[in-house]
Design a binder for this molecule. Structure first.
Ligand code: DGL
Length: 385
């Protein structure tokens, strides 16, 4: 009798327990994951709350300057020989209605040029607008549409003179807006997505084409026509942008934007700095012509590790003695110039451009000369920015 009462009590307790546990176990049956989370293939859990209220979209301003992204060709297969800088910023925005889903976008036409025609005055005007727009508390980021030919110089210039930590993303395209598989619309969408993302804050000026994100200081155009032309030799991309979201894997190491001493206005006088290309059998004629024309600095795109030929070295030494800054760079496209390696830099009072290519070295030397002509101070700038 006592045993049967014990068995009955045990069965009763087990039944109650099952009635409590079963519903909890049922939700983990295959295909019945809780609605609050879904395991993705990358085992990253993305919280999917039902019908979340629409989050406030970021306010992104598009500053247009022209280029192929605004270009038009005679036919849909005209990918070379089109006209750059034809479409206004409003047309670029209306061509991508999806922008409305990721940002509140407004546009401003700052310039309308093919970027081979960019001038110092154009750089100063663009920098002025970038700083003015970013100073507005309700603006979260800026996108600049730009021709790809000189995007790298403009990007580095803005990387040095923009006085905000908010994202600045420069975008272009390799095919005109009228072309089959035009790359501009998605490049623009991606650039707006990056500019509106908190993850892009404090990374300096960024360049994005072809789903990639690159640093203004190091990115360069390496191919005349390829969609994949923007590369960063040796150091690589900062990250990618996929499905309207940026993914960063590193941040720029050199100081930029609010951490530089360079400030400009539209009235700033940028000193003339010219680039002289090194090659076999060259002569000092072009160097001397640039100096006679008023160059305060010469960036020498030397062969190899910035070597200066015997034909040209006396003219470079004489130029330095007259107060012109001689900055040794390289035509190779990657690597550092080693001070006192191929030239007696200490003896001749030359400076080296670290790993900046000639066109970027010109930008830094121009801005450096607005502050000082002291070669030790200028050399330190090339190791800092
Ligand atoms: N004319 C060139 C420029 O505006 C076209 C190249 C481009 O924009 O992709 O840079």
């Amino acid at each position: 009798m006592r045993k049967s009462r014990f068995v009955f009590a045990l069965l009763f307790v087990l039944t109650i327990a099952m009635l409590i546990i079963m519903p909890a176990l049922a939700q983990f049956a295959p295909g019945k994951m809780p609605p609050a989370a879904v395991m993705t293939r990358s085992s990253e859990t993305i919280a999917q709350t039902p019908a979340a209220p629409t989050a406030k979209l970021p306010n992104v301003v598009i500053l247009a300057t022209g280029g192929t992204i605004a270009g038009t060709g005679a036919t849909s297969t005209t990918t070379v020989g089109y006209q750059a800088a034809k479409l206004p910023v409003a047309a670029l925005i209306s061509a991508v209605p999806e922008l409305k889903k990721i940002a509140n976008v407004t546009g401003e036409q700052v310039l309308q040029i093919a970027s081979e025609n960019m001038t110092n005055a154009g750089l100063l005007k663009l920098a002025d607008r970038v700083n003015a727009v970013l100073a507005k508390p309700d603006v979260d980021g800026v996108v600049i549409t730009h021709g790809t030919d000189t995007i790298e110089e403009t990007a580095y210039f803005l990387n040095l003179v923009t006085k905000s930590q908010k994202p600045v993303v420069i975008v272009g395209s390799m095919r005109p807006a009228t072309a089959l598989s035009a790359d501009g619309p998605l490049n623009l969408y991606n650039a707006v997505a990056i500019a509106g993302s908190p993850t892009a804050v404090g990374k300096g000026v960024l360049v994005s084409l072809n789903d990639q994100i690159s640093a203004a200081r190091e990115v360069t155009k390496i191919n005349t026509t390829s969609l994949n032309t923007f590369q960063t030799p040796d150091l690589g991309y900062l990250g990618y942008v996929e499905l309207g979201k940026p993914y960063f894997y590193r941040t720029p190491a050199r100081k930029h934007t609010t951490a530089t001493p360079f400030t400009v206005t539209t009235n700033t006088k940028l000193p003339q700095v010219d680039i002289i290309y090194g090659y076999g059998n060259n002569s000092p004629v072009l160097l001397n012509a640039a100096i006679a024309d008023g160059a305060k600095g010469i960036v020498y795109a030397g062969v190899g590790d910035g070597s200066i030929s015997m034909q040209l070295e006396p003219a470079a030494i004489a130029a330095r003695q007259k107060g012109v800054i001689i900055a040794r760079s390289s035509r190779t496209g990657s690597g550092r110039i080693v001070r006192n390696g191929e030239e007696k830099d200490d003896e001749h009072d030359f400076i080296v451009t670290d790993n900046l290519n000639p066109q970027k070295a010109r930008i830094l030397l121009m801005l450096g000369l607005t502050i000082t002509s002291d070669t030790k101070a200028l050399q330190e700038m090339f190791y800092t920015y």
